[in-house]
Design a protein around this ligand. Structure first.
Ligand SMILES: C[S@@+](CC[C@H](N)C(=O)[O-])C[C@H]1O[C@@H](n2cnc3c(N)ncnc32)[C@H](O)[C@@H]1O
Length: 229
């Protein structure tokens, strides 16, 4: 229950962040294409086939820009709040309000899943991965990305868990990969790199956001992988 309350606070902070317009306006088709090429080392559009789902799709997540899929579904617990705030919707993507921990779909319903920058925002990361495994067909692929903490940060992670408002969890690469594997997936490709300081210049050094992002950039690195059911 304590964790659930913590998660609700994180979601409030996430919604404030999105509604305040701080989310990068550059999240568009080009941005996501670059992510696939740079972070996942592929620009192969035929990757997207059949039914594709993004868990924690936000307002401008990758799913909204994927081309070639038969069906595109984005799931996010804030989907109704996005609608109420008149935030952008994209024709061609069905956005549903649901928790990733209890996905409202039959087993084997999807061919591709995306979990991008979401696991550390959730209430139960392990359960999200198990649910994703359940709703994917055998042989289907998961595209996964996370800002992981460096191992040396783990002794102070309880401070981050308390103070880093949007993130109830702070996972290391090893922990994330072990969760993916214990959900049943096989990791077939992985790329990690130091987190880029992409938001630093958007906030002046006089603002607290500047220092928050500097801290995050120092502590985190980006983990990107493809896993197969
Ligand atoms: C940082 S945003 C990422 C959004 C999108 N994936 C992107 O890359 O632009 C994290 C998203 O995870 C969602 N989220 C938080 N808890 C969740 C949960 N339990 N199940 C599914 N999504 C969740 C939040 O509402 C938020 O939209």
């Amino acid at each position: 229950m304590a964790k659930y309350r913590r998660w609700l606070k994180a979601q409030e902070a996430e919604l404030d962040f999105i509604v305040s317009g701080l989310l990068e306006s550059s999240l568009d088709a080009q941005y996501w294409e670059n992510v696939l090429i740079k972070d996942f080392s592929f620009g192969d559009r035929s990757f997207w086939k059949g039914r594709v789902i993004e868990i924690g799709c936000g307002i401008k997540g990758m799913i909204h820009f994927v081309k070639g899929a038969g069906l595109k579904v984005g799931v996010d617990p804030l989907a109704l709040a996005f609608k109420r705030a008149n935030l952008s919707e994209f024709p061609g993507t069905i956005r549903l309000c649901a928790m990733g921990e209890t996905l409202p779909f039959q087993p084997n319903s999807f061919d591709r899943a995306i979990i991008y920058n979401v696991l550390d925002h959730t209430n139960n990361p392990r359960q999200i991965l198990k649910e994703t495994f359940r709703i994917l067909r055998p042989g289907s692929k998961l595209l996964f990305s996370l800002f992981a903490i460096a191992p040396w940060v783990t002794p102070i992670r309880w401070i981050l868990d308390l103070m880093d408002r949007e993130h109830p969890f702070h996972l290391t690469l090893q922990e994330a990969v072990s969760m993916i594997k214990s959900a049943g997936f096989e990791v077939v490709r992985m790329k990690t790199y130091k987190r880029r300081a992409y938001r630093l210049w958007s906030c002046p050094p006089s603002s607290s956001k500047h220092w928050k992002h500097l801290g995050a950039n120092l502590l985190h690195y980006s983990v990107n992988c493809i896993a197969v059911k």
